[in-house]
Design a protein around this ligand. Structure first.
Ligand code: NDP
Length: 296
């Protein structure tokens, strides 16, 4: 039996480092221009979960000195009214980032609302224009969606260079798999995308120096699918039954963490890997957006 143990990439620690970097930049903006970045979070309906996420976001904003504006709208708000609220935020000079707390109620078209957010303030980076620019050589989008950006950030902050490496992305969704594959390509990796119709995924994944797992399939990637020494970023967040937990479930990734630790060079845990860094990068996107608008 091998006693190899992969290095664990600590997302919580990396998130703290990023947040302290953001704090310093926010202080600098405030001292130089007398302005602080502002992030508006639009919440429709009052689900308990969504409220606790929003509270968490508010606290994280406070910690780095970003002003948070939470717009709570009733569950039954008409779409037209929601659009006019988004337009008000678009026009507000103290708001530099706007994000929607998803999912929205059924009567609201998320795509329609997202497309109403000013491109300069779309800190989630979900607008097709951002993804389109990500796909084009020599052009950078105003914002890169946070979760894909986290994958690259975790690699670089762990000292792993991407250039020339074989990267396999498992998943091709608009919000994770596709943009992460485009980002890797921009960073000069040789990228293969595995999806639900891919034949022999294990053979392809085994060739990868870098694996980004974003399929939403609990522990799908086994230790034997991983090349020894590979870097593994596990984006998956899957709830599996666990009667020993008060909640009755626990979160696991797309990678069999226990097996992967015996083979991989480094790996992100679930929870505690990608998740904590995601909101830190949303704050970073807000700061970058604010710098563009304030320093004009
Ligand atoms: P989607 O369901 O939108 O996309 C899943 C992708 O995985 C699809 O492209 C699908 O292929 C592919 N896929 C599904 N099953 C398989 C399989 N057996 N083999 C290979 N590919 C497969 O999910 P998301 O992209 O939104 O999210 C992916 C995971 O990341 C989820 O677990 C989600 O919870 C997590 N997530 C975590 C975040 C974080 O902050 N940690 C943020 C966002 C997401 P096809 O296109 O052919 O259907």
């Amino acid at each position: 039996m091998s006693d190899h143990k992969a290095t664990i990439i600590d997302g919580k620690l990396i998130a703290q480092i990023i947040q302290s970097e953001i704090s310093a930049e926010v202080r600098h903006l405030s001292q130089t221009y007398g302005k602080v970045p502002g992030l508006a979070v639009v919440v429709v309906g009052q689900g308990k979960n969504s409220q606790s996420y929003v509270d968490m976001k508010r606290r994280a904003c406070d910690e780095v000195g970003i002003r948070s504006i939470v717009l709570n709208l009733p569950e039954e708000v008409p779409e037209a009214e929601l659009i006019s609220k988004v337009h008000e935020l678009n026009a507000d000079p103290d708001v530099h980032g706007i994000m929607l707390q998803l999912p929205m109620p059924k009567h609201i078209s998320e795509g329609k609302i997202l497309s109403e957010i000013l491109l300069d303030k779309d800190v989630d980076g979900f607008h097709p224009s951002h993804i389109g620019k990500l796909a084009m050589k020599g052009i950078d989008p105003l914002f890169v969606p946070c979760t894909p950006k986290v994958c690259l950030e975790l690699l670089s902050r762990s000292g792993i260079s991407v250039r020339g490496k074989k990267a396999v992305v498992v998943g091709r969704s608009n919000i994770v798999g596709l943009p992460v594959s485009l980002l890797l390509l921009k960073e000069d990796a040789t990228v293969t995308v595995v999806h639900s119709r891919t034949k022999e995924p294990e053979r392809i994944i085994r060739e990868a120096d870098i694996i980004i797992a974003a399929a939403g399939q609990a522990t799908m990637i086994k230790g034997s699918w991983i090349k020894p020494g590979a870097a593994v970023i596990d984006v998956g967040r899957n709830a599996v039954d666990d009667p020993s937990k008060k909640s009755g479930y626990r979160l696991v990734g797309d990678v069999d963490f226990h097996e992967a630790c015996k083979v991989a060079g480094c790996i992100t845990p679930v929870p505690g890997g990608v998740g904590p860094v995601t909101f830190a990068l949303l704050l970073k996107n807000t700061l970058d957006g604010a710098k563009r608008l304030i320093e004009l």
